[in-house]
Design a protein around this ligand. Structure first.
Ligand code: SF4
Length: 282
């Protein structure tokens, strides 16, 4: 039986107004990156994007808002968007990604149709102060714990190439394993001239080695290669599946362009991979 690959699409439903200072993120207002900024994407547009994602074989659809965490307004907006997508589109697991959240807020999201919550640890606890000074790593870890308490599936991962040491990468993977998530997005830093970070795009062989390490550390949890796939692996991105990944993001990312999903379908078929038909498959 061929290996099944899960496709997930993301929608940036509130973009670019974040007051935090994460050095790798173009959505922080502090860095002045040249990106599109808006408060609330119209719900009809979000539903159209979800329909398009499903037609392109995505089984996961992620509603992302920029900002430190969930406030009343964000909670209402994400609940409204989630309900609308669930009503109009069959077969999509819904993920919300809205920053720090309490167990109670996460339960409310669940009650409105959200299946899973994404909150990345990003890097190790020790390295985190080098990439963000406005909030701490513990806060992120606690939100991941809250996700599980609320009965949602947890999606947590991180980013490589911020200047962290190999021991930071290992420490992050161990912390992720300890949280026992359902899915682990691995991102590879995509440099932008506005960002105050001397990060690097990892050489492909090094990035593949870290996917292999992540597979060893994380057992059978789903490993998704997310942002940076294009810039890191180019046309050799099929190699990420041999290394241990079993999911990818299709279409555009939050503020960078992705590959054409049709190209990704063809790449998967050419290398003998099957596209998962449901997010519940193993
Ligand atoms: S909190 Fe999230 S949106 Fe805000 S700067 Fe950090 S990574 Fe970007």
């Amino acid at each position: 039986m061929s290996k099944k690959i899960f496709l997930c699409a993301i929608s940036n439903i509130s973009s670019g107004h974040c007051l935090e200072d994460c050095k790798f993120c173009t959505q922080s207002v502090k860095h002045g990156a040249d990106i599109e900024r808006y408060y609330h994407k119209p719900v009809e547009t979000i539903v159209e994007e979800a329909k398009r994602a499903r037609a392109r074989k995505a089984v996961g659809f992620c509603l992302v808002t920029a900002g430190r965490g969930v406030d009343e307004k964000t909670l209402r907006f994400v609940c409204e968007a989630a309900e609308a997508v669930k009503k109009e589109v069959d077969g999509l697991g819904l993920i919300a990604c809205n920053g720090t959240a309490t167990t109670e807020q996460l339960r409310i999201l669940k009650d409105h149709g959200v299946d899973s919550y994404n909150h990345n640890l990003e890097t190790s606890e020790a390295f985190y102060p080098n990439i963000c000074t406005t909030h701490g790593w513990r806060e992120r870890y606690e939100t991941c714990e809250n996700v599980k308490k609320a009965g949602l599936k947890l999606c947590t991962g991180g980013i490589f190439g911020l200047g962290e040491r190999p021991e930071d990468r290992l420490s992050m993977l161990e912390s992720i394993r300890f949280l026992d998530p359902d899915s682990v997005p691995l991102n590879f830093f995509h440099p932008n001239p506005a960002l105050p970070l001397e990060g690097e795009t990892l050489p492909p062989e090094e990035a593949l080695a870290w996917i292999r390490t992540a597979r060893e550390v994380l057992g059978d949890r789903r490993i998704m290669v997310a942002g940076g796939r294009e810039i890191t692996f180019g046309e050799e991105d099929y190699r990420i599946f041999e290394a241990g990944a079993d999911a990818i993001v299709i279409g555009n990312y939050l503020t960078t362009k992705g590959k054409d999903p049709m190209r990704d379908h063809a790449m998967l078929a050419r290398h003998g991979y099957e596209i998962a038909k449901s997010c519940h498959e193993r």
